[in-house]
Write a protein that binds this ligand. Structure first.
Ligand code: PSU
Ligand code: MN
Length: 291
C-alpha cells in the first residue's frame, strides 16, 4: 500500500477528488478545495486530499498536484476496482468514496468527509448498478461523514444494503438517514448521537474493534434543503436526460449531478456545496478528538 511521502500532519481528514473534479462545474474545484482545507485547518486538523497523480496514489495532494489534476482532460473516476489498474497504467485518477477510503486507510487516516455516498441505483432501464462505495465500508476502517446517499439513488435500498453488510450508520443529531438534498428519506439510522465527544469516542472504539468503516450521517443544513416537491421534478428531468444520452456505469453520477445543477439553475450546486462544507467541519471536529 503506497504511503504519502511525508507525514500528513496532526488529526488528518481525507477529502476526495471525484467530488472536486466531477461533482462540481469545472473552475469550481480549486475554490471548493481551498475552502474545505481552510475549514479543516481552522480547528487544528490537517486536510489530506486524495487522488492519483501519474499513477502514484497520494493522500495529501499538494496544490500543484491538485491543479495538475484539475487541468488535465478526462481524468478517470477511480473506485476500488480500477485503482490498481490506473496505478499500473500511470494514469491520473479522481478517487471516489471507495478508493479514497482504501488509500486513507492505508495511510492511517481515520476520518473522511464527502458529500453523499454512492449506493444502489434505481437502474436506468433494468440494469443493476450498485456503487463500490457500499462494499468499501465492509473493508476499510474509516469513518465517512456524509449527507446520506444521493437522492438520485434508491436511498432506502442502499440503507438496507449497509445493514446487510454490517455497517453501522450513526446519525449526528438526527434519527433519519438523510437523502443528500433532503434531511430525511424515510429510512432511519442505527443510533443517534448528539454529542461530539461521544461520537468521536464511538468512532475510535468501533474502528479499532472491527477494522471496518462507519457511516456518520450528517443531514444538509436546514436552510439549504431542497423540498421534495421541487426535487421530484428536477430529478425526473435529469434522469430522463441520462436515459436519452444513454450514459452508463461510472458516467451516471457525474452526468446526473451536472444536469441537476443546470435544470435547477444552480440550486442543487448551492445545496451540494453547503452540505460538503458542513460534513467537512464535522469530520474535522471528529479528527481533532481522535488526535
Ligand atoms: N458526493 C458528491 N459529489 C460527487 C460524489 C459524491 O457530492 O461527485 C461522488 C463520490 O466520489 C462517490 C461517487 O463515491 O460520486 C459515486 O459514484 P458511483 O455512483 O459511480 O459509484
Ligand atoms: Mn455504478
Amino acid at each position: 500500500m503506497p504511503h504519502p511521502a511525508a507525514p500528513i500532519g496532526p488529526c488528518p481528514v481525507a477529502l476526495e477528488t471525484t467530488l472536486l473534479l466531477h461533482g462540481v462545474p469545472r473552475g469550481r474545484g480549486r475554490i471548493l478545495a481551498d475552502e474545505l482545507c481552510e475549514i479543516v485547518r481552522r480547528v487544528g486538523a490537517t486536510p489530506a486530499i486524495v487522488g492519483l497523480v501519474g499513477g502514484v496514489a497520494r493522500v495529501g495532494l499538494t496544490g500543484e498536484e491538485l491543479d495538475a489534476l484539475l487541468a488535465a482532460p478526462n481524468v478517470p473516476k477511480v473506485n476500488s476496482s480500477n485503482l490498481g489498474l490506473l496505478m499500473h497504467a500511470k494514469s491520473h485518477g479522481a478517487t471516489t468514496v471507495s478508493a479514497t477510503m482504501e488509500l486513507a486507510a492505508g495511510a492511517g487516516v481515520k476520518v473522511f468527509a464527502t458529500g453523499g455516498l454512492g449506493g444502489v441505483h434505481h437502474g436506468l432501464g433494468t440494469r443493476l448498478d450498485i456503487s463500490a462505495d457500499v462494499g468499501a465500508f465492509a473493508r476499510f476502517p474509516v469513518a465517512v461523514v456524509t449527507s446520506g446517499v444521493k437522492g438520485l439513488l434508491d436511498v432506502v435500498s442502499t440503507r438496507e444494503l449497509l445493514e446487510s453488510l454490517g455497517i453501522p450508520v450513526v446519525g449526528f443529531r438526527t434519527d433519519h438517514f438523510p437523502a443528500f438534498y433532503q434531511r430525511a428519506s424515510g429510512a432511519r439510522v442505527d443510533a443517534r448521537i448528539d454529542d461530539l465527544d461521544a461520537l468521536a469516542s464511538f468512532v475510535r472504539d468501533e474502528l479499532k474493534r472491527t477494522g471496518r468503516g462507519i457511516v456518520v450521517a450528517n443531514p444538509i443544513p436546514p436552510d439549504d434543503e431542497i423540498p421534495l416537491s421541487d426535487w421530484e421534478g428536477l430529478l425526473a428531468s435529469a434522469m430522463a436526460a441520462a436515459e436519452k444520452a444513454g450514459v452508463m456505469g461510472r458516467d451516471v453520477t457525474p452526468f446526473v449531478l451536472g444536469t441537476l445543477h443546470e435544470v435547477s439553475a444552480g440550486r442543487t450546486l448551492k445545496a451540494n456545496l453547503a452540505l460538503v462544507r458542513s460534513n467537512t467541519a464535522l469530520a474535522a471536529q471528529i479528527a481533532t478528538r481522535l488526535g
